[in-house]
Every structure is written in C-alpha cells, then in structure tokens.
Design a protein around this ligand. Structure first.
Ligand SMILES: [Zn+2]
Length: 417
C-alpha cells in the first residue's frame, strides 16, 4: 500500500520516524553514491554563489542568490552567526541526502524512490498500520549515516493526538548532567543505563588511543572508525533514555523547568564531558518542547544567568563559588546538606516565582538583572561528575525506566520537526 494519502482534517502535526536500515552491499554502495551526488550538488550551488558574489563586486546590479549565510550575517536569523559556507568533502562532512516522492513502508522493509526496497533493522509494522489507516502520511525522507550504520528519517504529517488527561499544574525542576542523565527537584536521580557508563569509559580509552596514532596512517583511520562507532552507540543509548525521561516528564507534570544553557559558550569549551552533557541537554530540551505540546504541559527555560547550583534551595543564600568537584551543597546559613544536583533542580523548580518577581527589573536586553542574582560562573553548567556521585545521597532515589513505562505511541519517535 502506498502512503500517499493522509489525514484529511486540517488538525495535524509533524513527527519524525527514524529507522535503522540493513542494506546489502550493493545498496550500501548506492547509498554512498547518493550522498556523493548530494555533496556534489551542494558544492556546485556554493560555486555559483561565490561566482555571483564576485560578479557583483564588478557590477552592483548583479543579483546574488538567497542564502542562509547572508540572513545570518544581517542578523535576520536567530542563533549563532555562522561563517561563509565551506565546500563539503568526502569523509569530512556528514553523509546525508533527502528524498521526496513515493514511499512505501512494510513490516521489514521500506521502499525508497530510485533506491528500491531496503530492509529495516527493526519491525516497522506499527508505522505501517498508521500509514495504512490514513492517520499519517510521509512527506520526505532523509537518509543519513552515523558511524557505519544507515538510517532513514521519515518526515510524517499525522492527525493531532488527543490529550487524554491534562497533566495538572505541578512544577518540576530538571538539572541535566553527564553520568546521572538528569536530577529532578523531587529528589529523583535519573541514572543512565550501565551501557552508558561502560560506553563512556570505552570512549575515553579509544579517543586516547586514536590521538596517539600517526597522522594519516591506516591505523589511525581504523581507530577513527571505532571511535565513531563508540560515539554513535553512546548517543543512541542516551537518546533512548532521554526519550523515556522526556515522555515521563511531559505526561505527568504541568510545568517543567530546565536551564537555558549558554550553548555558544559551552561549544567553545572542547572538553569531552562538557560537550556530551551539552548534547544531552539540547536533545532533552528539544524532546520536551514537542512532547509538552503533544501532552498539554508547559516547558519553561530558566535564565542562563540563574545560579541554580550556587543558591541554597532552602534559604536562598548564594555562594560565591562552588567548584564542580564539590558534589554536596552545604549551606553555611541554614545548615542544609543536599546533593549538588538535587539542590540545583529544586532551585529550577522555583524559577517561575523568581522570574515573576524579577520581571519588573528586567533590562532592555532581557537579561535577568534582578539585583542580587549573581551570574552563573563557568562551573555552573554542563556538570562534570565522577561516576559514583549521585544515587548515594539519602534524598536521591533512583528512577528506573522500563520499556513498558512508555506510552503506546512512544516506541520509535525520533524528533519532532
Ligand atoms: Zn540555606
């Protein structure tokens, strides 16, 4: 059955469905050459752009094609400004291309335009039934490679899901870390699965080994591949747990508060641990954003200058500094002793009140300038912590997710678009 017909009512939403592919050798070759073609087309477009810019230097009436770089430079586009686009080259850019046309999804294979039938790694029956019933329709598909595995990511239009029960008005603060995936203001510590801790140890070892191999040697290439596989595995394990966590949060809480991390500042810090925490934070906040929309809850981002780790969640005292190595918050004023991350999460849960009382003193730049609220220092976010840290505190109770804590629709949701 083709999936070209879809939801008839205007009430629809977008969703992405991602499947790992099991292509045979011939298909692997085809996927690689499609990526090559996409790269070539991109480079050709970039060449035209550069030529047009050169021509305009001589003749001001020449027009230059619209491009994202210019909108960024003129600050018409949000986010970090980016530099002039660079040419893509094999091996250094992501293998990825997009397809449109007719798609067909069956239990164990997908049919893609020009590429034909490719086996999928997991059972796609549920998605197939959605498409057959007309509740969902595929618009485009993006094929990409991560380490040595290919994925197809379908962009799907589907009928809006009904909100079964409103999640109420309960507020929960979420502090995102590395080894503990997240700490909640309720005192729950969401620890990553063992596979994650093992993976992170392996990653450290592999990246050390890789960096010691002679440049451009075959051995270095071999290690680069192993390192990529390790990275890919960690991010899959992590993503799986973040999905379970974000679904739990969005379905059971009315208001969810997370930090608004200064992503740009964090990107400039190249330390491994920090970038991993950052990616976990980015993914969790993206998942929460669309899941809150699905389930009728609200996502609140606390100001990035809100010193959630340094503030006492009991009396409000703000410490001057709190090195990352210090895992327990001891308050000299009221005697509170609490796990560092639980304390931070509790402060985040209070953020809606703080923001409400500070709204009158906000300055034109919309920075939080409530007098007395100190800027979060460099040790504030992106927590780096020893593996033993959380979970051993009296207030911390481990929160374990099992596959059946998921709603029926959550199995393979990748990322809302
Ligand atoms: Zn205190």
């Amino acid at each position: 059955m083709r999936s070209a017909f879809g939801p008839r009512s205007g009430d629809h939403e977008f969703q992405a469905m991602r499947f790992a592919l099991d292509p045979n050798d011939k298909q692997r070759g085809a996927l690689a050459s499609h990526s090559g073609a996409a790269r070539y087309a991109y480079n050709l477009g970039l060449e035209w752009l550069i030529e047009a810019i050169e021509r305009r230097k001589l003749d001001a009436s020449e027009s230059v094609p619209n491009n994202s770089f210019v909108t960024s430079r003129r600050a018409k586009r949000g986010g970090k400004r980016f530099g002039f686009p660079r040419f893509k080259c094999k091996g250094r850019s992501r293998d990825r291309f997009r397809l449109s046309g007719f798609f067909h999804v069956d239990k164990r294979w997908v049919q893609l335009p020009t590429l034909g039938r490719i086996r999928v790694h997991e059972d796609a029956s549920k998605f197939m039934r959605h498409l057959e019933s007309g509740r969902a329709r595929i618009t485009t598909a993006t094929i990409s490679r991560q380490a040595d595995r290919w994925y197809v990511n379908f962009r799907v239009v589907r009928t809006k899901r009904a909100i079964e029960r409103p999640p109420g008005s309960a507020v929960i603060g979420v502090d995102v870390g590395i080894n503990a995936l997240a700490t909640l203001s309720s005192g729950q510590v969401v620890t990553g699965p063992r596979a994650l801790a093992v993976g992170l140890r392996k990653l450290r070892r592999l990246s050390r080994a890789h960096s010691r191999k002679r440049l451009k040697s075959r051995n270095r290439r071999r290690f680069a591949q192993r390192l990529a596989r390790c990275h890919a595995r960690i991010s899959s394990v992590r993503r799986d747990h973040l999905h379970k966590l974000s679904t739990y949060l969005a379905k059971n809480h009315g208001r969810i508060v997370i930090e608004d991390l200064n992503v740009q500042a964090m990107m400039s810090n190249r330390r491994l641990a920090r970038s991993i925490a950052d990616s976990g934070w980015g993914e969790l906040s993206a998942m929460l954003e669309y899941k809150c929309r699905w389930y009728g809850s609200t996502l609140i981002q606390a100001s990035r200058w809100f010193p959630s780790s340094k503030t006492c969640s009991s009396c409000g005292l703000i410490k001057d500094s709190l090195p990352l190595a210090v895992r327990v918050f001891d308050c000299p004023a009221c005697g509170l002793t609490l796990d560092r991350d639980v304390n931070a999460a509790k402060n985040l849960a209070k953020w809606p009140e703080v923001a409400a009382s500070a709204s009158e003193t906000q300055n034109a730049c919309r920075g939080n300038v409530r007098p007395g609220v100190r800027r979060a220092g460099p040790d504030e976010a992106g927590t780096e912590q020893p593996i033993v840290a959380s979970g051993s505190e009296p207030n911390a109770q481990a929160l374990a997710f099992t596959a059946d804590s998921l709603g029926p629709d959550e199995g393979r949701v990748a990322r809302g678009i």
